[in-house]
Design a binder for this molecule. Sequence first.
Ligand code: FPP
Ligand code: MG
Length: 337
Amino acid sequence: MTEFPVPAGLERAYQLIQTELNHVTDLLGNTLRHYYPEIDAMVRYSFLLGGKRLRPVLLLLVGKATGGVTQEHIRAAAALEMIHTASLVHDDILDGATFRRHLATINAEWDPKSAVLVGDLLLAQAMLVITPCNDINVYRLLSHACFTTCEGELLQTTTRSRFDMDLAQYRAIIAGKTAALLECACRLGAHLSGAESAIIEEYALFGQRLGMSFQIIDDILDLVGNEESTGKTLGTDIINHKPTLPLIHYLSHCGAGERTDLLAILASDTISADQLAAIRTLLKESGSIAAARAEADQLLTEAVQQLDKSVPVATQEQKASRLALEEIAQFVQKRNH
Ligand code: FPP
Ligand code: MG
């Protein structure tokens, strides 16, 4: 399976679990080999879209921090990456996105119908790859995370154009569509090490807060990021009438006139590049981008505090793994792609 880029600043964190991560990569490569060349090409290609393997990395680091990485951790990490990739393949169809990680999306390179089926196939294979774990809890946790991810995405679909949505609704959407898988990664890492339930919950909460923050930053980048550095289609949230935190913040703080003007633009089916640029400026100058950043920062502070609160670790390796999780939180805070 194709190599992935190690994010700058996380070299030490990735080094700690390099061997185990290589096993995950090998397992992905061996599992996703297809007899039919057309399917083989699509499935292999889909894994170029995934990126930095954040979910397997979290699962493995939490595994190390709570006792040690086993074959079961490797399998669960591979399953989680397959589920994540499936969700991106489906998401790009829903968003009409044409490129991700500097590559054409499956819906653009092939067609949306094939992309639906590639996503489904990856989900089915995720369930197959964990069968040797013989642990019903792994199925339960992964199925629950898939369910919650779909629920978040459906909640987003059913609230499209609802720019008057309150923060609780927005938080419920991102808790589902993004945080559920990151939370699951941490939960599985601790569960498979045989950690006590209180410890499992501590790490799960770390993953949840990290995931919420990750999506807020993603939403900020969709508005004011750079396509060159993110490598994906940006501006899709506005075009798809998705209310995200900077917009919700702006609309709940601006005057009635500005609100009417902006809502009229957002309601339109054709938003021009100039209008998008004007919205970007408005959100930056009004402080709404900064307010969204502040919320993301707060969530990351909570994530790290959660780690500090959790039980003391015993060995040097456990300490290093805990530190690496903090470095991941810092990376999420600084990321611009
Ligand atoms: C990216 O959001 C998308 C997600 C975080 C989840 C997508 C989930 C589904 C399509 C439901 C199907 C679920 C499973 C488990 C198969 P985004 O569009 O805001 O971010 P982007 O800029 O990376 O596209
Ligand atoms: Mg998308």
